[in-house]
Structure formats: structure tokens, C-alpha cells
Design a protein around this ligand. Structure first.
Ligand code: FMN
Length: 266
């Protein structure tokens, strides 16, 4: 499953695992993939793979009962900089999407884990932050759900309507999938992005220059959620052969309660 669109359609939060350790070839594929990642905005971030049976002593990492049977975890660690956290989230989502190609389940966790346990294992320095972890493993049968249908009108997950988060030219002027044309697909892939509490804090204004990305609140995980949305958008554009790049512009459209993050210029 090399298609990013397929990976996005298959990824869902998985919270129950069989307990089976990762097969050696899956583990080495995952480690190789992580090692090849680069921060999209030039920041510093790393992703640590933590099998729970490292060495002879099994490791116990508290997740307060939300996750069961996970044989391993991934932890996201980054250094503060402009877009540092957002770019780190982009890399973490790339990793979780790659996991779907091997039939591995994952789940972004921002709240329900013991930060001190993870920080110790990952040797987090004073300059580093560890905001997110994810279990990684084989889902139990009942946690396996079919991929989201390819037809966007059949999206089977609780998501805001297309027109509620995407705008044409200015905030207040909703963008329809028809008017988005060849960009409807990348924007549908943004809709399928995971977000903390499923808040979907991304807003996008499209115009002749490209697409301007915003977050609706500055607290909590909005900077992380927007990084995931940027990953889905850019990676889908690349797959569809739609050229462009992220760049900060001086006078983006302004919206109430929407903080500008970055633009994707055609
Ligand atoms: C930044 C972030 C933090 C999250 N934290 C948690 C968490 O602490 N516990 C949990 O069960 N799910 C957590 N989630 C998963 C979301 O609830 C989930 O992605 C969302 O409900 C959409 O469902 P889906 O991932 O199956 O599409 C988090 C997701 C994100 C992006």
C-alpha cells in the first residue's frame, strides 16, 4: 500500500492490540523509515521506537487503561523553534501512516500516558519536549475497521462538513468540493486527519496563490493537529502531481479566531 491516499483511508485510532511483538521485518522497516525522515520546516525532532521488552526486563509504561495489549510505543520528541512542534507532528503522522502499510495499528496519545516514564526511556534533554506517544502493534480483530470509502460523500467518521473548514478567497465564503477542483482530494484528506478530541482546528482559505492554513485555537494540541493536516495535504498533492511548496506570506487573509500558520503556494 504505497498510496498515501490509501494509507489515510486505512488509518484509524486503534486502542486494543494482540500483544504480539512486532515481526523482525516490520520492526526493521519501521526503524529504517524513521531514520530517513526530515523535519519539513528545518527544525529538530526525533521519533523513538520503544519495544516493551527491551533487554531482559519488561518495561511498563503507564497509559492509564486507554490502550491494551500494545507491544511497543513510538514517542515524538522535538526542540522548540518556529513551527518546530508542527513539523514534528508532520513527521509523526508520516510514521503512523507508514505503519498502516504493514497492517500495524497506532493511536495519537496526548493525554493518557505517563510522561515521566517515557522521558526517562527516551533520555529527553532540557531543550527537548515530548508531547505525544503512540502504541504500535497488531490490532485485535474487533478493533479492525474497514477503510473509509473512497467516495468522500460516504466518509464514515465524525468530521465537520467540507464547507465548514475550507473557504474560497476569504473566511465566510465556503469552498465547495466542486469549486476546489483538483484540490478537493487533498482537502478531503485533511478532513480525515486525526486531531485531539477530534476538534479539527484546521481552517484553510484557497485563492489564486494557493492555500492558506490556520488554526482556530492556540492552546492545547492545535499546533500538533495542524502539522498532521499539513502532512495529509502536502503528501496528497505530491501523490497527485500537484506542484507547490509551503511558505509564510506577509499578508494572508484574516479571520476572527483563526491564527495563520503557513501557506501552500502553487
Ligand atoms: C494530538 C492528538 C492527541 C490525541 N490524544 C488522545 C488521547 O490522549 N487519548 C485517546 O484515546 N485518543 C487521542 N487522540 C485520538 C483522537 O481522539 C482521534 O484521532 C480522533 O477522535 C479521530 O479518530 P480517528 O483517529 O479514528 O480518525 C489524539 C489525537 C491527536 C491528533
Amino acid at each position: 500500500m504505497n498510496s498515501i491516499i490509501e494509507q489515510i483511508r486505512h488509518r484509524r485510532s486503534v486502542r486494543s492490540y494482540t500483544g504480539e511483538p512486532l515481526q523482525a521485518q516490520h520492526e526493521s522497516d519501521l526503524l529504517k523509515y524513521i531514520a530517513g525522515l526530515a523535519h519539513p520546516f528545518g527544525g529538530k525532532a526525533r521519533i523513538e521506537y520503544l519495544p516493551l521488552h527491551m533487554g531482559s526486563a519488561p518495561v511498563k509504561l503507564g497509559t492509564y487503561g486507554v490502550i491494551s495489549g500494545a507491544p511497543a510505543f513510538l514517542a515524538l520528541i522535538y526542540e522548540d523553534s518556529e513551527l518546530g512542534k508542527t513539523g514534528a507532528a508532520y513527521m509523526f503522522e508520516q510514521t503512523l501512516l507508514h505503519c498502516t502499510t504493514m497492517g500495524l495499528g497506532t493511536c495519537w496519545l496526548g493525554g493518557a500516558f505517563s510522561r515521566s516514564d517515557f522521558k526517562k526511556l527516551c533520555r529527553v534533554t532540557a531543550a527537548e519536549r515530548l508531547p505525544i506517544v503512540s502504541p504500535v502493534g497488531y490490532p485485535v480483530a474487533k478493533a479492525l475497521k474497514p477503510p473509509t470509502p473512497a467516495d468522500p460523500s460516504l466518509i464514515d467518521r465524525p468530521r465537520k462538513p467540507f464547507e465548514a473548514t475550507f473557504f474560497s478567497g476569504a473566511f465566510g465564503s465556503p469552498l465547495s468540493p466542486e469549486a476546489a477542483g483538483e484540490y478537493a482530494k487533498p482537502l478531503q484528506m485533511v478532513r480525515l486527519a486525526p486531531s485531539a478530541n477530534n476538534m479539527q482546528p484546521w481552517r484553510v482559505v484557497g485563492d489564486s496563490a494557493g492555500f492558506h492554513f490556520y488554526k482556530t485555537f492556540s492552546f492545547g494540541f492545535a499546533s500538533v493537529d495542524i502539522g498532521i493536516a499539513l502532512c495529509h495535504f502536502e503528501q496528497t498533492c505530491r501523490e497527485l502531481g500537484l506542484p507547490g511548496q509551503f511558505q509564510s506570506i506577509a499578508s494572508p487573509p484574516q479571520g476572527r479566531n483563526a491564527r495563520y500558520v503557513i501557506s501552500w503556494l502553487r
